[in-house]
Design a protein around this ligand. Structure first.
Ligand code: HEC
Ligand SMILES: [Cu+2]
Length: 378
C-alpha cells in the first residue's frame, strides 16, 4: 500500500493500519452513539430523567472487549519490536555518528569513512549509533525502512535493517536539533554485491592515498581541484562559517576573510591541524573522518576566502613538521576483514593445501579476521 523497502516495513505498516483502523472504528462508534444520545434524550423529547441501575453483563462486556483489544495491540506492536531489536549475529557493522548538522558513516571492518551510505543488497546491517560527546541528541531515521532511533551523546544505541530492495533511500534526522536540522539529510544506496565491492575498493584506495606534499600545498594542483572543495565546504562548513566564509552563523565561528583572533592561524599547517583536531571547548569539531586530501582541499578553500595580503605562508620546517605529525606522506596500512572464501583460499595456500577445511570448521568468523593483503604485513 505504501512504498516500503523491506518485509519489516510492510509489517510496521500492517500494525499501523490495523491499530489505526480499530481506533477509527471506535472513535466513530462512540461519537455517533454519543450524538444519538444527545439528540434522543434531549429534555424537549425526554422530560423525566430515568434512574438506571447497574447491568452486570454490560459492564463485563465493556471491560472485556477493550482489554482484549489493548492486549492485542500490545502484542501486535511487541512482535515487530522484538524483530527490530534482535540483530542477527552476523550482521555487518556500521558506526553512525551524528553531528550538528551532518552524518558520518564508518565501516570499521574496511576502515572506510563516508557521508553517504552504500550497502550491498540482501545483507543484515547493524548501525551502532552515537552523537558526538559535546553535541546534542539527533535521531537516525530511514523512512523507507520504517526504523528510527535516537543518537544520544555519551550513550550507545543501535538499530538494524536487512537490505531487500535496490535503490537510493532517504536518511533524515528526526529530532529537532537546532538551526540546520532540516539540512541534516543523507542517502542510503543499496547496490549489488559486485557494485559494492567496486565501491569499497575505490573508497579504501582513495581514503588511504598518501599526500604528495608539493602537490598538496598547491591550491591549483589537479589533485586538489579534483576534491571538489566547494561541495565539501557546503556540506560540512557552510552551516557555521557561511557560504562566503564570513563566519558567525553559530557563536564565535571564525570569519575567514581576516586573520584576527585565530587560534591556530590561517597557515596551511594551522588550518590542517584545526581540521584534524578541532578547537577544544567550542563548536569547532574535528573533521578527521575526512580523507587527508579532502582536508587539504578544505584548507585551500578556507584560505581562498582571505582578503588582503597577510595570508600566513608556511615555512618548509612547518610543513615538514605537519607531515611528520599526521603522517601525511605515509601510506596507512589497511587492516581488513576478508570474505570467508578468500581467507580460506589464503590459508589453504599457506599451509600447502592442507587443513583449510579444519580452520573453516572451527575458526568461524574470527578465522576470517585476517589482515589484508595491501600493506597489512608491515
Ligand atoms: C558547528 C559549527 C561549525 C562547523 C560545522 C565548522 N566550524 Fe569551524 N569553527 C567554528 C567555531 C565556533 C570556531 C571558533 C573556534 C574557537 O576558536 O573557539 C571555528 C573555527 C574555525 C577555524 C579557525 C581556527 C583557528 O585557528 O582559530 C577554521 C580554520 C575553521 N573553523 C574551519 C572550518 C572548516 C574548514 C569547516 C568545515 C570542514 C568548519 N570549520 C566547520 C564552528 C564550526
Ligand atoms: Cu539532527
Amino acid at each position: 500500500m505504501f512504498l516500503a523497502a523491506t518485509d519489516i516495513a510492510r509489517e510496521v505498516d500492517n500494525a499501523f493500519l490495523w491499530i489505526g483502523g480499530t481506533c477509527l472504528l471506535l472513535l466513530v462508534g462512540v461519537t455517533v452513539t454519543m450524538l444519538w444520545f444527545v439528540f434522543r434524550y434531549h429534555h424537549t423529547r425526554h422530560k423525566k430523567a430515568a434512574q438506571i441501575e447497574g447491568n452486570l453483563a454490560l459492564e463485563i462486556t465493556w471491560i472485556a472487549i477493550p482489554t482484549v483489544l489493548v492486549i492485542w495491540m500490545f502484542f501486535k506492536g511487541y512482535e515487530g519490536f522484538k524483530v527490530m531489536r534482535n540483530v542477527p549475529p552476523d550482521a555487518m557493522q556500521i558506526n553512525v555518528i551524528a553531528q550538528s548538522w551532518f552524518w558520518t558513516f564508518e565501516y570499521p571492518d574496511d576502515k572506510i569513512v563516508t557521508d553517504r551510505l552504500v550497502l550491498p543488497i540482501d545483507t543484515s546491517v547493524r548501525f551502532n549509533l552515537s552523537s558526538k560527546i559535546d553535541d546534542v541528541t539527533h535521531s537516525f531515521y530511514l523512512p523507507d525502512y520504517r526504523v528510527k532511533e535516537d543518537c544520544v551523546p555519551g550513550r550507545d544505541t543501535h538499530m538494524w535493517i536487512h537490505t531487500q530492495t535496490l535503490g537510493t533511500f532517504n536518511i533524515f534526522c528526526a529530532e529537532f536539533c537546532g538551526k540546520d536540522h532540516a539540512l541534516m539529510v543523507s542517502s542510503l544506496e543499496v547496490v549489488t554485491p559486485e557494485e559494492y565491492e567496486l565501491w569499497k575498493e575505490r573508497m579504501i584506495a582513495e581514503q588511504n592515498k598518501p599526500l604528495d606534499m608539493t602537490t598538496a600545498i598547491d591550491p591549483e594542483s589537479e589533485a586538489i581541484l579534483a576534491r571538489d572543495a566547494d561541495q565539501l565546504y557546503a556540506t560540512y562548513c557552510a552551516t557555521c562559517h557561511g557560504e562566503n566564509g564570513m563566519g558567525g552563523l553559530v557563536e564565535g565561528a571564525r570569519n575567514f576573510t581576516t586573520n584576527d583572533d585565530w587560534t591556530n592561524g590561517n597557515s596551511i599547517s594551522g588550518i590542517y591541524q584545526t581540521l584534524t583536531e578541532g578547537i577544544p571547548g567550542g563548536q569547532m569539531r574535528s573533521f578527521s573522518q575526512l580523507s587527508k586530501w579532502d582536508r587539504m582541499a578544505l584548507v585551500h578553500k578556507v584560505r581562498s576566502y582571505h582578503r588582503g595580503d597577510d595570508l600566513v605562508v608556511d615555512t618548509p620546517e612547518a610543513l615538514a613538521e605537519l607531515d611528520e605529525r599526521y603522517e601525511l606522506t605515509k601510506q596507512t596500512p589497511v587492516k581488513r576483514r576478508l570474505p570467508i572464501e578468500r581467507a580460506m583460499q589464503i590459508l589453504t595456500v599457506e599451509q600447502g593445501g592442507e587443513g583449510g577445511a579444519e580452520v573453516g570448521a572451527e575458526g568461524g568468523t574470527e578465522g576470517a579476521r585476517l589482515e589484508g593483503e595491501e600493506g597489512g604485513e608491515e
